[in-house]
Design a protein around this ligand. Structure first.
Ligand code: ZN
Length: 682
């Protein structure tokens, strides 16, 4: 349920991993029930701390593996998926008779696992590109070099982001988009915050930059001054960047303009040459998501700065390539990004990293074998039925809202009926046929697959939208709502036990997966999603008075979550998490209604001493069982639009009188709010 809204660009969550016993390759997924009494801690009262009551046993039994930055039910399932994918890849690498898909994933895996060959190649893998950066003369020549770097790395660290996106005013059309980027730290706020911890992170980052320059052969003194130059440029870019909270407002990132307007916004950059080198189809309109960023960038694109830009690009090319280079680079990348920033104690074994790279780079090739193994027609049918039940609950809920006018309700129902459901995997698999994959050049494989994806994305500019595309690969343990597609997406990976559990009855399944489906559906109507209409266009369909009442209700949720502490003195930034918090609450309410409908007239019995209603809620809570490292909590407090697991459970049940009834809570207990304080949006 690390649901996210997917727009242009890819953001892959790389969590997960092993306990010793699960290190062995697997041919099927191990089974854990979606409601597990041994994961509970019944020494805690459910009405005092429901998360602890439901997950305390799990937390005790599941310490964070040393190579992980956090450990959760979702993370464990992803680990199981990686084990299964490992078996698929090892077989693909060895097989003699292979179709194209099997050959591509097998060769990619073999090349990645050949650590000796990777070490022997050393820096030669990126040497020609480093040389090209080193010989850059004249600021206008930057355009073609940058285009090539962006295509090959697919990274927004290369000055800024580029790609195609759905036109916010005509969601059936793809247009070009430019966006802020260019930073090596996970968020722009790291560069601007004045607290001691942020200063410490900046100091460590500069040391990391210096270390990479030293690995490239610079003397310590030169490496240090180069690192300072990189930091100065990045700080300028960060200051001109929108915050994550700003970026949740779709009007703040909508600035469609003609190419001529872009040229006058940032005249120092040769845009004609840039787009020619990118190979984009001809286009009339580009959305510049962050105009102030490009103005600031333009101000730095002056001849005296050219040497600093060469230094900057030299670092970022190395930084984004480090995981695929020789051992010293891999180690430095781990030391800063995973060990220092997020608290991991040990690097993930190579096979595990390789599986994740292939899931990222050739995901719809690898995913084919995965769904053959774990996602049969029965599972698809069952989960589709559940989605329909949740949608019916949403319809019921909208119709009966006491704060919304009839006209806005009518529009809301049009939007609800316009939502497309995508379950399991794409109807048509992406063809990676033209991607050059071999067994001898790991970094080459990564670059070729990345360039293929960059070009595929850019070639969509000016074309109609393909509604069959997915923004997540089938083994992903996650789901998303896309406001412009107006679709909800559930990869096969998130519909496995202990999340969706075909062996168990409806109560825990509706509490868990039903809630996830409701969560994604509610995103269509959260503070951000509600601004898009049934077609996915950014168009206000709300009566003004209804919109005001919605905002008041959402504010109740924002005020509640703002009180929760993430780590030390860091509170939840509830302006960042509002959409997710609203979706968590709405989703569970919908799941409860749909569960009651699905089991109407059935004589449900207690199991393991828990009533059916109690099992619904424990099933809900147990999706979120998690152990966290404080370092990772800090990063997530700044970057993750989701609240910490504990509050995604306790923050919801306090607003559901059904919960208090299920556990006979009394009005003075922590999990019970006074009736007039309960937040109710959808
Ligand atoms: Zn979400």
């Amino acid at each position: 349920m690390f649901k996210k809204r997917v727009l242009q660009g890819t953001l892959v969550f790389l969590f997960c991993s092993p306990v010793i016993s699960s290190q062995q390759p697997k041919t099927s997924l191990p089974y854990t029930p979606s409601l597990d009494p041994s994961s509970m801690d019944t020494s805690v009262q459910p009405c005092v701390d429901f998360y602890q009551y439901s997950c305390g046993g799990w937390q005790k039994n599941n310490p964070i593996p040393s190579d992980q930055v956090n450990w959760s039910v979702y993370g464990k399932l992803y680990q199981d998926n990686l084990n299964l994918l490992r078996t698929i890849l090892e077989q693909a690498a060895k097989a003699t008779e292979r179709d194209t898909v099997t050959r591509q994933i097998g060769d990619f895996y073999a090349a990645c696992m050949d650590e000796q060959a990777v070490d022997a190649r050393g820096l030669t893998a990126i040497r020609p590109t480093l040389d090209a950066i080193g010989s850059l003369t004249g600021i206008r020549n930057l355009a073609s070099l940058l285009a090539r770097l962006q295509i090959d790395t697919g990274s927004r660290q290369m000055m800024f982001g580029v790609g195609s996106t759905q036109d916010p005013d005509d969601s059936e059309q793809q247009i070009a988009e430019l966006d802020q980027g260019g930073l090596g730290l996970p968020d722009r706020d790291y560069y601007t915050n004045t607290d001691a911890k942020s200063q410490e992170v900046r100091d460590h980052y500069v040391q990391h930059v210096q270390k990479l320059f030293e690995l490239l052969g610079d003397s310590p003194a030169t490496a240090r001054s180069n690192a300072d130059a990189v930091m100065t440029l990045e700080t300028d870019l960060a200051k001109a960047s929108l915050t994550r909270v700003d970026r949740r407002d779709p009007y703040k990132t909508k600035h469609k303009m003609k190419l001529a307007e872009l040229k006058s916004l940032a005249p120092a950059f040769d845009w004609d040459r840039y787009f020619r080198e990118l190979g984009t189809p001809k286009f009339a309109i580009v959305n510049v998501a962050a105009p102030e960023f490009f103005k600031a960038l333009n101000a730095r694109l002056t001849s005296p700065n050219l040497a600093n830009w060469r230094t900057y690009l030299r670092f970022h090319l190395t930084n984004v390539s480090a995981p695929y280079l020789s051992a010293v680079f891999v180690q430095e990348d781990f030391d800063f990004y995973r060990a220092y920033l997020r608290g991991a104690k040990e690097m993930q074994p190579r096979w595990k990293r390789c599986v994740q790279y292939i899931d990222r780079d050739l995901g719809e090739a690898l995913g084919q074998a995965y769904v053959r193994d774990v996602f049969g027609p029965d599972l698809k049918q069952d989960t589709v039925k559940m989605v329909q039940g949740i949608e019916a609950a949403m319809e019921q809920r909208i119709t009966s809202l006491d704060w919304m006018s009839e006209e806005t309700k009518r529009q809301a129902l049009v939007k609800l009926h316009g939502i497309r459901n995508k379950i399991g995997y794409p109807e048509k698999w992406r063809d990676y046929g033209p991607v050059d994959i071999g067994t001898s050049d790991f970094l080459g494989n990564v670059r070729h697959a990345t360039a293929f994806e960059s070009r595929r994305d850019l070639h969509k500019i000016g074309r109609p939208v393909d509604h069959n595309e997915w923004g997540m690969t089938p083994p992903t343990v996650n789901a998303y709502f896309d406001p412009q597609m107006n679709d909800i997406n559930f990869p096969a990976g998130v519909l496995q036990p202990p999340l969706y559990d075909a062996k168990l009855d409806d109560a825990p399944n509706y509490g868990d997966t039903g809630g996830t489906i409701g969560h994604e559906l509610t995103h269509g109507f959260d503070d951000q999603g509600r601004q898009y209409d049934a077609k996915g266009n950014l168009k206000d369909w709300w009566d003004a008075e209804d919109a005001r009442r919605f905002k008041d209700r959402a504010q109740c949720v924002a005020d509640e979550y703002a009180q929760f502490v993430v780590v030390d003195d860091v509170h939840i930034n509830s302006k960042l998490t509002l959409g997710e918090d609203v979706a968590d609450l709405g989703g569970e309410i919908l799941a409860y209604i749909a569960w009651k409908d699905a089991t109407k007239g059935k004589d449900l019995k207690p199991v393991d001493g828990l009533t059916p209603d109690q099992r619904f809620f424990v099933g809900f809570a147990q999706w979120a069982c998690e152990n966290e490292r404080p370092e990772d909590m800090r990063v997530r407090a700044m970057t993750d639009p989701h609240s910490p697991a504990k509050y995604r459970i306790n923050g919801v049940v306090v607003n559901m009188p059904e919960f208090a009834r299920a556990f006979s809570c009394t009005s003075n207990q922590p999990m019970v709010k006074a009736p007039d304080k309960i937040c109710k949006v959808w």
